[in-house]
Design a protein around this ligand. Structure first.
Ligand code: NAD
Length: 702
């Protein structure tokens, strides 16, 4: 696991190379082996200094979350964390210079190990990331990160990085002082590490020197006061108190920086232990680490279908979605034929990618050569003939059933029998769309989210006749794009659009009942949603909701009733405020300014004195999504509860701290959830009725 070598100059190298794991991680075995290897060289009189580097492509991922998940009592967490601290402290006080030669990504505990070295030199690769992202899993850096980083780069800079869980490229890490130097090759990196050792035989950490001062002043100073007052306010504004880890990080830095380093470590251990045992970190680690990883690795892959690359991807429609999918594919090296009704429209779609790559080039993330290579991968056209040879085609034309049927037929005429035809529809059932196909077994839904380059989720939808082969090919594509798939069964709106429309509809309903719009929006965010229902309706356009209602009525042959329909019709037909694109929706969008709620909203939807209070608004907006998710599970639209959790967080911005829309029920507690849902039924109607099977459950997601 740790290979030790000592060269003629007396420089020892500890090469970390763990067996049977893709990336090095910190676990009990590692800590023991590393401690032993380190002691051996630290106590060897021949050794002048120690270089720590990795024998794998990346430096180190961080703490092994399997180990953290297994810890369930405070004494155990404290004991294990203290052992790691003793090791790191030994590294920095052993009397010999220690250098971290960071050959690739170093995250969390991996970077904390580097912070305990006297010098850090990183390989300058733009694909590498360095930082402390623990907060994104409801944790805090528990290996000294909350104490060393602020002492190194200042409280303000460190808090920004740790509170956001932001990871940076090596070049940025150099700029902000997280690493001392960069190298272009492994040889250069090791040479720089050696030079540091030879030139600094008595290296110490800044915080172990008598004259040490935190770069941006003391905590108890006017500047310190400003940093913590502003930091606290900003943190509350962003988290609404839903993330105990964020609060704990602030406390760690605030308390720890006022006392000597060794005592400060105890403060961190105390807060870290609380975070590890918190409900929020348990839920986040479960969904966003373990379950997401299982989905990424292909848990839904049908047996007997080997994975194979997508050789050539056709995309119909170079609009917002088509252009985004083309970028995502070409960016990972898949050749794309991008077809629209005219060459100009197709070229405009390609421009979207060119703009992003141009930006990356100007930042130095990609070279001119890479830019040329990527650009050559997208072939814009208006000709169906050019789709010949594609092993998969995704249609992203307008949301219109007849048009989709026509393009399906015209495209399939160009394709081999084995090619997959996929629809990116956001609402139309796949089984119905597949009726236009001559090979419905090769027809599948591959639902991307907007903006495609930023959104991690892809929802794969199975029509009645979709084959296992088609599923495996769709998973091949998603894996190549480095996105996270969920595989769901067909239904109107599948999983995500169904939950999404329920969320929006509840927001519209609340507005129509005379609830202040600002209360609706703020309550949604305070409950953990990324965006309020009115703001998000404006984003996707109220017109879209309007069209969905109309299409559903047409398809089902029955009238849809509800205040949400009335609000959508009112905004589109009468008020002519269809959403953000038109510059007017629930919000006003002043040119160059910040959006604000349309002041005349109250004229059309006057505020009523008996509107629901904030807690009820929160519950209505969250419960409606959780209950609809549970119905999807009952109806087998969701094949596994974990998919509902992943889909709701990554696709819809559902409260991550709860673990997702189904785990939300567990987060609240099934009994308490059902009781409140029953109250909502009495007050607001049957849509809050929970399926009977939920009443006898102890837990929804294992
Ligand atoms: P868009 O209006 O931006 O683009 C549609 C494109 O299709 C246009 O460029 C149009 O010229 C082109 N087109 C029309 N007929 C064509 C034909 N016969 N052959 C080739 N191209 C043709 O629409 P969009 O927002 O990109 O949505 C496309 C699809 O993706 C829809 O089914 C939509 O429901 C779905 N979708 C949209 C979103 C979203 O947030 N906008 C998210 C997920 C899925």
């Amino acid at each position: 696991m740790i290979k030790t070598s000592i060269n003629q100059k007396g420089i020892a190298t500890l090469l970390i190379q763990m067996d049977n794991v893709p990336m090095n991680v910190i676990n009990e075995g590692f800590a023991r082996a590393f401690h032993e290897a380190f002691e051996n060289v630290a106590t060897n009189n021949e050794v002048k200094g120690i270089i720590i580097t990795s024998g794998k492509k990346e430096f180190m991922a961080g703490a092994d979350l399997n180990m953290i998940r297994g810890l369930d009592d405070a004494a155990k967490v404290t004991e294990q964390t203290m052992q790691l601290h003793q090791l790191f402290r030994r590294m920095e006080t052993c009397g010999k210079p220690v250098v971290a030669a960071i050959n690739g990504t170093a995250l969390g505990g991996g970077f904390e190990l580097c912070l305990a070295a006297h010098y850090r030199v990183a390989l300058n690769e733009s694909s590498s990331r360095i930082g402390l992202p623990e907060v994104l899993l409801g944790l805090l850096p528990g290996g000294g990160g909350t104490q060393r980083l602020p002492r190194l780069i200042g409280m303000q800079n460190a808090l920004q990085l740790i509170l956001e869980g932001k990871t940076v490229r090596p070049a940025e890490a150099k700029k902000n002082g997280m690493v001392h130097d960069l190298a272009d090759t492994r040889e250069e990196m090791l040479e720089k590490a050696e030079n540091f050792i030879l030139e600094n035989p008595k290296a110490t950490q800044p915080w172990d020197r008598k004259d040490f001062k935190v770069p941006d002043g003391k905590v108890q100073s006017p500047n310190g006061f400003m940093i913590f007052a502003a930091g606290s306010a900003l943190m509350m504004k962003k988290t609404y108190g839903n993330y105990p880890a964020a609060q704990a990080i602030l406390s760690c830095v605030y308390e720890g920086l006022q006392i000597p380093f060794d005592k400060a470590i105890n403060v961190e251990v105390r807060y870290f232990t609380q975070c590890v045992l918190s409900k929020e970190s348990r839920q986040m680690v479960k969904t966003l680490f373990f379950n997401k990883n299982a989905a990424d690795k292909g848990k839904d892959r049908p047996e007997g279908y080997k994975s194979a690359p997508i050789q050539k991807l056709g995309i119909l429609g170079a609009g917002m979605m088509g252009a985004g999918i083309a970028y995502a594919a070409a960016n990972v090296g898949i050749p794309v034929v991008l077809k629209d009704v005219s060459k100009e429209a197709a070229e405009k779609g390609k421009e979207y990618s060119l703009n992003i790559w141009n930006h990356s080039k100007s930042k130095g993330y990609i070279s001119q050569e890479e830019f040329d290579k990527k650009s050559a991968l997208i072939f814009p056209t208006d000709n169906y003939d050019d789709l010949k040879g594609c092993d998969m085609v995704i249609e992203a034309v307008f949301e219109d059933r007849e048009l989709k049927a026509t393009v399906t037929k015209d495209t399939e005429a160009m394709l081999e029998d084995t090619a997959i035809f996929a629809s990116n529809t956001s609402t139309l059932p796949i089984t119905g769309l597949a009726e236009a196909s001559v090979r419905p077994e090769n027809f599948i839904g591959i639902h991307f989210f907007s903006p495609v380059d930023k959104m991690q989720l892809v929802e794969i939808i199975l029509g009645k006749k979709t084959s296992d082969y088609a599923i495996s090919r769709a998973l091949d594509l998603v894996r190549a794009l480095k996105k996270t798939p969920i595989v769901v069964n067909d239904s109107r709106g599948f999983y995500t659009s169904r939950i999404f429309t329920n969320y929006l509809a509840e927001g519209f309903q609340l507005l129509s009942e005379g609830t202040p719009a600002a209360l609706i929006e703020n309550a949604a965010k305070a409950a953990g949603m990324m965006v309020g229902p009115l703001a998000v309706a404006d984003e996707v356009s109220i017109e879209l909701i309007y069209k969905i209602v109309k299409q559903t009525e047409k398809d089902l042959g029955e009238e849809i009733k509800g205040a949400h329909k009335e609000v959508a019709i009112n905004f589109v037909e009468k008020l002519k405020r269809p959403g953000k694109k038109a510059g007017a929706g629930f919000y006003e969008y002043p040119q160059g300014g910040k959006k604000f709620l349309w002041p005349d909203l109250t004229k059309h939807y006057p505020i009523q004195n008996n509107h629901p209070d904030e807690q009820t608004v929160k519950n209505r907006l969250m419960y409606i999504q959780a209950i609809e998710s549970y119905r999807c599970l009952e109806e087998n639209v969701l094949r596994f509860p974990e998919d509902g959790d992943i889909g709701s967080i990554l696709g819809l911005g559902f409260a991550p701290f709860s673990g997702g829309a189904l785990s939300y029920i567990d987060y609240i507690g099934v009994e308490k959830f059902v009781k409140e849902a029953d109250r909502l039924v009495d007050l607001y109607g049957e849509r809050f009725r929970v399926p009977d099977s939920l009443r006898s459950k102890k837990q929804v997601v294992a």
